[in-house]
Design a protein around this ligand. Sequence first.
Ligand SMILES: [Zn+2]
Length: 373
Amino acid sequence: MPDRGKLSDIELKIRSVMLALDMGECVALSKIPYQQYEQADGNGKKRLLKAKLEDICRLAGVSMTENLRCLMHEGDDRPSMHLYPDRFYCFACQSSLDLFDLMKHLLDERSFEKRRQMAERWLVAREDEAAVAVTYAPVVDTKSAELIAMINRYGQPADANPYCMAYLRSRGITPETARRIGLLCYENPYTNDRFLAVPCGAKHYVVRVYANRSGNADKYRNAGEITLFQAQSWNACRDETVVFVTESSLCAIVLAQMNFQSVALNGVNYKRLLDAADVIARKKLKIVMLCDNEEVGLQCGVKCAEAIRKLPSSFDFLYHHKLFSPETILTKHKDVNEAYAADPRQTEEALRKIEMFAQRREDEEYLPGCIAW
Ligand SMILES: [Zn+2]
């Protein structure tokens, strides 16, 4: 797979259209009619497929009139590459790239025969299929569109996949919980990396790699904007409930498994929590942030407490971190998920104590701060 960081914007867009086609997404591309393709000889078939380059590039937003910076040579500051209906041609370095060359370049598929089969699958109408495309799905954010297409196409319930389930079990998560939360998993067919996809609201996922076979997979990625995991908890729980807030969704998942209310920030951006200040204040929810026992986690808790003090409708907020909080199994591990994987019973006990502490605090004495007793 080519290094994504080095692909130009145009290349990424073309690649994203190719991936969308490969995943059977509806794109506004009229297909080669079945009869026409069947009647052509070998070279004729290749010509028909290559002629679809223009359509693919149009979907990717490539200009048909202006020259582009060359995809093949560096430092092409006075753009010398032009798109013809069936190929890119560079006047400076004389590179010529047709559809199959681009597929090799962008998808890293070395076998011509495999590329030919892929192109056939993308571009030739089935016998019973009308050749004209009727729907249009614009390619917006290449990265997240690609991820969501990948999840839609290859995703399966995590509890139905033995490899993913082995991973989840090692994190203390049961198949029942995986099912209840709707965890999905998929394997990227190009890299064979395996991912867990945690649903965060409609059409949003946080994706984490659990088998990094290519060695290049991002550890986490967001499909869609960064959203909170289980943010519906704010509205779903009763007034004055204690809600635990964690950095990672795996932590929030094991909390849910123990029947605690939980929400994950999917990172350390506590501003997403402040966005919910009104509903939290109205329902008098008691927020306990379980910071990761690291410097970044501590900063997140301290800054969040400061920000809450300044809010017009501030709310009950405590944070837990090994530097200040009473020593329990929670202070001995990086986060709740690791503590739980090590000892679920002790972890639950420690959390029940914190929950009781948060519930009993008197409102008059309320001041956002760390958990200490
Ligand atoms: Zn060139």
